[in-house]
Design a protein. Structure first.
Length: 211
């Protein structure tokens, strides 16, 4: 895994996350290969990180992702407009940020329970083989804990991206990426290179032949 090796060269403090990151890459690869979806969620800055991950998955990150010949032919069948469109579209990897439905979130928070906005979406959208990545610098975000409980009930793989405080959500996490920091800003600074390496490794497996 070249991106993981580069990560550890640049951030030796993250050596303790290496095994969990390898296993997370493998889980996300298996999910994507089987047509599954990576669900991501967090709060505040961690919510921004979740959106960032979705952005790297849904479009080209480090590698080009041109459409396949068969896909281009289907667009070309729609005429010149379709042919031109196919030149700009990129293949993506299935990823849903659970922050991205504000109308639903405000309604469910008002009508039912704000701590369950992520759990409810996962319950409605997830399918066997999906992976859930929750980000919480403390590990104690209640909506992430409830999300993981729901994921466990659905027999999904759960990954917690956190700091060294080992919070309550960890009980329901299959894989834990715990960076060696306690203060929120420092935790978030170490989260970014970790999830960039994750996205790069997954992308390389699917699209390296296009580069």
């Amino acid at each position: 895994m070249p991106h993981l090796s580069r990560l550890l060269e640049n951030y030796p403090a993250l050596a303790g996350c290496a095994d969990a990151l390898r296993r997370t890459v493998a889980a996300v690869l298996a999910c994507q290969q089987n047509g599954g979806t990576l669900f991501v969620a967090g709060n505040g800055g961690s919510g921004a990180d979740a959106e960032h991950i979705a952005g790297e998955m849904l479009k080209g990150f480090l590698l080009p992702r041109p459409l396949t010949v068969a896909q281009k032919e289907k667009f070309a069948a729609q005429g010149l407009d379709g042919e031109q469109l196919a030149k700009k579209l990129q293949r993506g990897l299935r990823c849903v940020s659970l922050l991205s439905h504000p109308a639903f979130a405000s309604a469910f928070a008002n009508d039912v329970d704000a701590d369950l906005i992520y759990a409810q979406q996962l319950f409605a959208l997830a399918r066997t083989g999906d992976v859930v990545l929750g980000i919480s610098t403390s590990g104690n975000a209640e909506n992430i804990r409830q999300l993981f409980i729901t994921a466990r009930a659905l027999n999904l793989t759960t990954v917690l991206l956190t700091g060294n405080r080992r919070g309550a959500a960890e009980k329901y996490a299959d894989l834990v990426l715990a960076v060696p920091a306690a203060a929120t800003p420092q935790i978030q600074e170490l989260h970014l290179p970790l999830y960039h390496a994750l996205c790069a490794e997954v992308e390389a497996r699917f699209f390296a032949e296009q580069s």
